[in-house]
Design a protein around this ligand. Structure first.
Ligand code: CTP
Ligand code: CA
Length: 226
């Protein structure tokens, strides 16, 4: 695997990266999920490791294998992700939430396979809200800890992402437009805008997720020195 050069160091820093998409079970054979592959978060974990950090990767059902030299915690659901992030964050300097978290989960999980019925042509699922992990983290965040979110949007990218910086108390959000084919979900390339809490904006060209990850790690290494 080729490495992108990284300008900046995270030596001595403990970094938590979440990646992949949560799975919300419906019954023993079915679940709700999304198109996240884990590629972006895994690239961030690899770049942080390359920059000298002690990296813990909390992985939600990734399609690819984890980079070498990082600690991996595998979870499935949003609730499991919340527990793992809370346990790790207390010892961390930096949290990067690249995971695509299901906003809702089935209200009940059947312990037996749900059968179709001959008299019903339609079926309605009742869903309940999952916890917002970044909001929970914002209430335990200490001065000096850096928290980075991702925002995948199909419309009003910048204004939607700016609202999330405020509502989730983030230092930085990585916003990307997922309405275009070839970038974003499950692609090798990405094109993002880094949006800072102080209003600064930095738009990248279409490039590999590894290149985006290298830039993100450089930005974080500058933020953590402030
Ligand atoms: N996120 C989270 N907990 C959730 C949902 C999202 O911590 N329950 C995190 C994601 O990991 C990401 C950021 O919040 O870093 C933004 O996720 P996104 O889905 O874009 O935002 P939501 O707040 O869920 O808003 P919506 O999906 O309605 O746009
Ligand atoms: Ca969401």
């Amino acid at each position: 695997q080729s490495l992108e050069p990284i300008h900046g160091s995270l030596s001595g820093k403990k970094v938590i990266v979440t990646a992949g998409g949560t799975r919300e079970p419906l019954d023993p054979v079915r679940y709700l999920t999304n198109h996240s592959s884990g590629k972006m978060g895994f690239a961030v974990a690899a770049a942080a490791k390359q920059a000298g950090a002690d990296v813990t990767l909390i992985a939600a059902n990734p399609f690819i294998s984890a980079p070498n030299g990082v600690h991996v915690i595998n979870i499935e659901t949003a609730n499991e992700l919340l527990k793992a992030v809370e346990a790790q964050f207390v010892h961390a300097d930096i949290l990067v939430m690249a995971a695509a978290v299901a906003d809702y989960r089935p209200a009940t999980v059947s312990d037996k396979k749900i059968k179709k019925t001959t008299d019903n042509e339609t079926m309605t699922l009742k869903l309940v809200r999952n916890p917002d992990i970044l909001k929970e983290i914002s209430s335990i965040k200490k001065p000096g800890q850096v928290v980075v979110g991702f925002a995948a949007e199909t419309n009003d990218l910048i204004s939607n992402a700016q609202k999330k910086i405020k509502s989730k108390n983030l230092d930085l959000i990585v916003a990307n437009d997922v309405s275009q084919a070839g970038i974003g979900f499950n692609a090798d390339d990405n094109q993002v805008t880094f949006l800072f809490a102080d209003g600064r904006k930095d738009k990248t060209p279409v490039e590999s997720k590894k290149q985006v990850a290298a830039k993100l790690v450089e930005i974080i290494s500058k933020e953590i020195q402030k």
